[in-house]
Design a protein around this ligand. Structure first.
Ligand SMILES: [Zn+2]
Length: 90
């Protein structure tokens, strides 16, 4: 079964995130406005950031959650939530 991965910070990604966590979607949207870049961390706006799949979470049935994270947020997410974060191919 092929599970669809949404590219972080794309329109469809924002739609999926808003369904699941409207507050996070608003924060990330604001970060992208401030930094004027989509190549930044979804949580704090730092660069460089890379894409991860959150294996224990999903936006909705059949759509695994993805995030663009800097090194600090990647480590914090692993510690805080025990998420298994898998790097996505660039
Ligand atoms: Zn970050």
């Amino acid at each position: 079964m092929i599970r669809q991965l949404l590219k972080p910070h794309s329109k469809r990604w924002f739609d999926a995130l808003a369904n699941r966590n409207v507050w996070q979607a608003a924060v990330t949207h604001q970060i992208i406005q401030w930094t004027r870049s989509k190549r930044v961390c979804s949580l704090c706006g730092k660069k460089p950031a890379r894409d991860y799949r959150l294996s224990k979470q999903s936006f909705q049935e059949g759509t695994p959650a993805t995030m663009r994270l800097c090194r600090d947020c990647f480590q914090a997410a692993q510690l805080a939530r025990g998420d298994e974060l898998q790097p996505l191919p660039a």
